[in-house]
Design a protein around this ligand. Structure first.
Ligand code: ZN
Length: 432
């Protein structure tokens, strides 16, 4: 039961994903962001340079702008702009190339997506990237990301990408990070504050653990499974974790994966200290470094591909680490959540028609019915075949966006098993 309740908390807190309209014609190549957050005033000022491709005939381009106020837009082919109800519409003149670059200066007091705590003197991002950076927030649009953060000297800074420079000036430090692979904007993030830090190595990879309330020794205990987890997911995915760092931060009230790091609810650390087998949320968020961040649902309608996989993988890790009984307990707890949803008459196909205003049961479905369905799939095609197929799927679609049919076809290609009936029964239809 404990696992169920903890995991239920996970989905409740993990995000508020907003349904993004598809922008198939807009393809962002890179974001270069300069951002100065002010924790006391819960205020940011920023400037983002967006390089993108769009049809040459298109006479405008739209980005999401949250509650941000636009100061200035500059760039080639610019005619004018209008910022209204969270959408920045920029008028463009005729162009010879698809590629265009614009720089947008903005400021604001984000109410979501970037959370400030002036008492504890920290700030951190949780999804809803457009609340702190003008962007195309479709999960299907992968882009390179650079962030330059200007923060008070003495504060710790964690961000997506690799730290490339650190410039001290006038009591401030400018930290620059560069992410050298494309990922969707919802995976970009940062956290700043006065944190205690613990570190260990897994080969060349630095594993960094941060919190305000836990001692160095406690951090090392809370996150002690991390090296084994990374090795396990590397083996199960067929892909090495090839970023220079993986950071985990115990902070606030949220669970969220970001590119190269995760945040975990501050009080979760206590739970792990009390029960050494309580690792589900650490493994869930870590699993997203493969399934979610690097193999990503193209639209939120296929969100189960991110979340069912991460939820299933935390059970698979428990099986590897603590035995089959724990795995089956986890799967049973997922099934119980699903039974409750069915009982309330809220069962739906895992592929959603729209994900514009998902209910609590909708979210639970993609996590727990989804993970249960992956277990059934494993039972159907057999252990070795299943894991070979998971590796085949992950390697084939690494750093790409996927829909459910990509997943089904990869599994079929690898296993040689026709899965159309299984997917029709368990994934596309709601009656099982
Ligand atoms: Zn997740």
């Amino acid at each position: 039961m404990k696992i169920v309740s903890v995991l239920t908390v996970l989905f409740l807190l993990e995000i508020s994903i907003q349904a993004g309209a598809h922008s198939f014609e807009l393809d962002v190549i890179s974001y270069k962001l300069k951002l100065a957050p002010n924790i006391d005033e819960k205020f940011i000022s920023g400037s983002v340079t967006i390089k993108f491709q769009i049809d040459k005939e298109a006479n405008s381009v739209a980005f999401k702008s949250g509650n941000l106020k636009i100061d200035k837009v500059t760039g080639d082919n610019l005619i004018g702009f209008k910022n209204n109800a969270g959408t920045l519409l920029i008028e463009l003149s005729q162009r010879e190339k698809r590629e265009t670059e614009l720089t947008i200066d903005y400021h604001g007091n984000p109410t979501g997506g970037l959370l400030f705590d002036s008492d504890l003197d920290y700030a951190f991002t949780v999804y809803s990237t457009s609340q702190w950076m003008i962007c195309n927030d479709s999960p299907g649009d992968r882009a390179l990301f650079e962030i330059n953060l200007s923060i008070p000297a003495g504060m710790t800074c964690i961000a997506s990408g690799e730290l490339i420079s650190e410039v001290h000036k006038d009591g401030k430090v400018q930290y620059s990070y560069r992410q050298n692979y494309e990922s969707p904007t919802y995976t970009y993030g940062f956290a700043i504050g006065n944190f205690r830090q613990a570190e260990e190595k897994l080969g060349k990879l630095s594993l960094l653990y941060y919190a305000q309330d836990y001692s160095f020794d406690q951090l090392m205990v809370i996150f002690r499974e991390t090296p084994t987890m990374i090795t396990f997911f590397e083996e199960r995915s067929g892909i090495t974790y090839h970023q220079p760092t993986y950071s985990q931060i115990l902070i606030g009230d949220y669970y969220q994966e970001m590119a190269g790091y995760s945040i975990l609810k501050d009080s979760y650390g206590k739970l792990v200290l009390q029960d050494s087998t309580e690792t589900n949320l650490i493994s869930h968020e870590l699993a997203h470094q493969w399934w979610g961040n690097r193999v990503t649902c193209r639209s939120w309608n296929h969100f189960w591909l991110n979340e069912a996989m991460a939820t299933f993988m935390s059970a698979a890790y428990n099986e590897y680490r603590f035995g089959e009984e724990v795995y089956l307990d986890n799967i049973n707890s997922y099934y119980q959540v699903y039974e409750g949803i069915k009982h309330r008459g809220n069962d739906k196909p895992l592929v959603f028609k729209t994900w514009s205003n998902p209910s609590k049961d909708d979210r639970n479905l993609v996590y727990f019915k989804g993970a249960y369905v992956l277990h059934l799939l494993r039972e159907k095609i057999g252990d070795d075949t299943f894991w070979d197929a998971i590796r085949f799927y992950t390697v084939k679609h690494f750093d790409k966006s996927v829909e459910t049919d990509d997943f089904r076809r990869a599994l079929e290609e690898s296993s040689g098993v026709d899965l159309e009936d299984f997917f029709n029964e368990w994934v596309y239809k709601n009656e099982s």
